[in-house]
Design a protein around this ligand. Structure first.
Ligand SMILES: [Zn+2]
Ligand SMILES: [Zn+2]
Length: 494
């Protein structure tokens, strides 16, 4: 007889070994980029449409011979190439003899109807087989189910481990990723395409369903999702280890900075760099400044939500000595690994504002997400400033107003200011002054409001940075100008 009438190509890509996910570092990533790896583990459901026979290649000219061969061999001892397949009685008998467990029998026997629990289907199939022939039982040398290696027997243990991994964590949306050893997946594929009925559900999808059901029974109210989970569970079939990744909670708000001398984000002490519990110059705080907008906003949030740490993402930032008024600056606070995620926002806003004692305040909080972090980082919002400076001019108030008003609508050329040259590329940027308003001349002190394009260096617009910004107020007044203070009056963003 002919051998190898049917050749099977290996099924690629069913298992991907990827590293454990690391928690977000606070760096800005493309939206959801750290979730990509997880989805490779996850039961995406696509396997359910997978036809295990789809990749079979038959050698056409020999088909007739093949059928004749089968007829001749019907009552003979079955050789390794002629394993009967489910759902035929012989196929089911074979599956039972090689030690297939009830769960796997339920999914490979090809007699499952609707959503019957796998183990019930398997037990029924086994019972029917033994009613046909009471000798049908597993071979003596069987030590585990050849399909699942007895993973389905461990469902209770797996569910317990998952539940203890998320103990005390508030969540509703959960996603599971199951990681198999690559050779297990490959071996199961081969066995299933040899023994199982056409269209049998793959191990990974079936186990994933079974684990989800087992967990849901104990934790009613959770919902299993394919994306955007609050908790991601990774289960490793080799070690039966469970790893729960509590996804960060993102909250959006706008802050007003009412005092000068506060940096937007935490700033490690220059002397000790924040290491080893601080030093003398930072009084053991590890911080260059006692407060930051980040610490004032996030610390109450971290404690209210039981988070492990935070990141702060602002729509740009003002200098330490610059206040931020008006409707405030949009931000997203990222709370890592929060055990609570349904806070009372009004309460939190009140708490933050009380603890900040007038240094900063926020207007409100709402749920946000990682894509919004990218959005606010990328938004180039126009801003209005109020700036006050002193000048040794010899001009009348009217003349000063006239000359400063001249800046309305002009495009500035700003070479990278000396004060930021150490961290910014040295180049000339063009920025538009949209409008000048509210010019106040008070002897040698002058003040005005200016609305300008995002990225304008406003202090330099006044003092000219030794001619690096043109035109400038100093240039127009033909006098030295020294900035006294600057406020962000408003940020024109949603
Ligand atoms: Zn099994
Ligand atoms: Zn220090």
């Amino acid at each position: 007889m002919k051998r190898n009438l049917i050749t099977k190509t290996p099924v690629a890509g069913l298992s991907k070994v990827v590293g454990c996910p690391t928690s977000s570092t606070g760096d800005i990533m493309a939206p959801d980029s750290d979730e990509d790896d997880w989805t490779k583990y996850a039961d995406t459901g696509y396997e359910s449409n997978y036809d295990p026979w789809a990749d079979l290649v038959s050698t056409n000219e020999e088909v007739d011979d093949f059928e004749e061969d089968i007829d001749e061999f019907v009552d003979d001892d079955i050789g390794p190439r002629e394993i009967p397949r489910c759902p035929t009685p012989d196929g089911i008998e074979h599956a039972i003899k090689i030690g297939t467990c009830d769960y796997c029998l339920g999914r490979v026997s090809g007699v499952r109807i609707g959503g019957d629990p796998l183990e019930e289907v398997g037990a029924r199939v086994r019972k029917e087989a033994s009613e046909r022939d009471s000798d049908i039982k597993p071979n003596d040398d069987v030590d585990c189910c050849p399909f699942c290696e007895d993973l389905f027997m461990e469902l209770d243990l797996i569910a317990e481990r998952i539940i203890s991994a998320v103990e005390g964590v508030e969540f509703q949306k959960v996603q599971i990723g199951i990681h198999f050893a690559k050779d297990h997946v490959a071996a199961e594929e081969v066995l299933r395409t040899t023994v199982a009925a056409t269209g049998s559900r793959p191990l990974k999808a079936s186990l994933s369903d079974a684990v989800q059901n087992a967990v849901s029974k104990r934790l009613p109210g959770i919902s299993w999702v394919k994306e955007g989970p609050e908790v991601m569970i990774l289960f490793d079939t080799l070690t039966l280890g469970v790893n729960a990744d509590i996804r960060a909670l993102f909250l959006y708000g706008r802050y007003r900075k009412l005092e000068r001398g506060i940096p937007q984000t935490r700033w490690p002490c220059r002397a000790c760099r924040g290491r080893d519990g601080g030093c003398e110059s930072c009084k053991g705080t590890g911080q260059q400044y006692p407060d930051s907008v980040q610490s004032l906003v996030c610390e109450p949030l971290v404690s209210a939500l039981g988070a492990s740490s935070d990141s702060f993402h602002g729509m740009g930032r003002e200098d330490i000595d610059v206040r931020c008024l008006g409707s405030g600056r949009p931000f997203v606070a990222e709370l890592k690994s929060p055990v609570r995620r349904n806070p009372d926002f009004d309460d939190l806003v009140k708490q933050i504002n009380e603890l900040a004692e007038g240094k900063i305040e926020i207007d409100r909080l709402r749920f946000s997400n990682k894509p919004e972090v990218a959005r606010i980082k990328e938004t180039k919002a126009e801003k209005s400033y109020t700036i006050r400076f002193s000048s040794d001019h010899d001009l009348s108030s009217e003349e000063i107003e006239k000359r400063i008003n001249n800046l309305s609508g002009q495009t500035l050329e700003q070479q990278t200011p000396q004060r930021v040259a150490h961290r910014r590329a040295d180049k000339v940027r063009k920025r538009k002054v949209i409008e000048i308003e509210e010019i106040i001349v008070d002897g040698k002190e002058i003040q005005f409001d200016v609305r300008c394009e995002s990225g304008t260096y406003v202090k330099e617009l006044v003092h000219s940075d030794e001619g690096r910004t043109t035109p400038s107020v100093a240039g127009l007044l033909e006098a030295d100008c020294e900035v006294l203070w600057l406020d962000v009056k408003d940020i024109h963003a949603d």
